[in-house]
Design a protein around this ligand. Structure first.
Ligand SMILES: Cc1cc2nc3c(=O)[nH]c(=O)nc-3n(C[C@H](O)[C@H](O)[C@H](O)COP(=O)(O)O)c2cc1C
Length: 191
């Protein structure tokens, strides 16, 4: 897959096959974050990887899915749950614009996963108070986001953003996600 195709198909996935993510894909994700650009090369982003089915099951009720959809459409059923979670953690003793650094790390991580067919959902609607002790975070560490991962059990495609769609993603008749995006003309202007 060339890079533009990888970017077009690396969508958010919210229903997954019950098949573990192999260790080599997890290693690629770690390497993709390790290589990320970051302010002053300070490298404040840390990952906590939850791959064991027991810990994954403990994390599942602490994340919220698909705010634009009713739960029966957007929340994965028990047999559709992600099989891996990665916590994006910031070492707050290191100065800098850690949110920008973490955003770049998230893009690298989810692309590295997708290059091997593993889909993801970046999750900001999470119960940080319950997740921090479960993940064993240290006092100086801040939980930025969780990433849910697994082999997708649905499709997702970009559709034009119109007055009718607005920005809200929706499911088509096959329960595939349709994700409205603004046109190139709307987001870029040339001087
Ligand atoms: C910072 C951030 C936080 C997000 N939080 C959630 C979340 O808590 N739950 C969820 O289901 N999706 C979440 N998403 C996924 C977005 O809804 C998704 O990226 C958006 O609808 C566009 O879809 P796309 O990723 O396929 O382009 C989040 C994405 C980002 C970048």
């Amino acid at each position: 897959m060339d890079l533009m195709e990888l970017l077009a198909t690396r969508r958010t996935y919210r229903r997954f096959a019950q098949k573990p993510v192999p260790a080599d894909v997890i290693a690629d994700m770690v390497e993709a974050v390790r290589l990320s650009s970051c302010g002053a090369n300070r490298q404040a982003v840390r990952l906590v990887i939850a791959a064991s089915p027991e810990v994954v099951a403990q994390i599942q009720p602490l994340v919220k899915w698909a705010a634009y959809l009713p739960p029966e459409q957007g929340t994965p059923k028990p047999e559709e749950q992600p099989t891996l979670f990665v916590a994006m953690v910031q070492d707050t003793t290191i100065p800098g614009d850690l949110d920008t650094d973490t955003g770049i790390a998230l893009a690298n991580l989810t692309l590295a996963a997708w290059a091997k067919g593993v889909g993801s959902c970046i999750m900001g609607a999470i119960d940080r108070n319950k997740l921090a002790p479960l993940l064993g975070l240290k006092e100086r560490e801040k939980l930025h986001t969780m990433v849910a991962l697994g082999y997708p059990a649905h499709g997702s495609r970009i559709v034009p953003l119109t007055a009718v769609t607005g920005v809200k993603y929706y499911l088509d008749e096959n329960r595939d996600y349709c994700v409205p995006k603004r046109s190139a003309e709307e987001i870029a202007r040339y001087l």
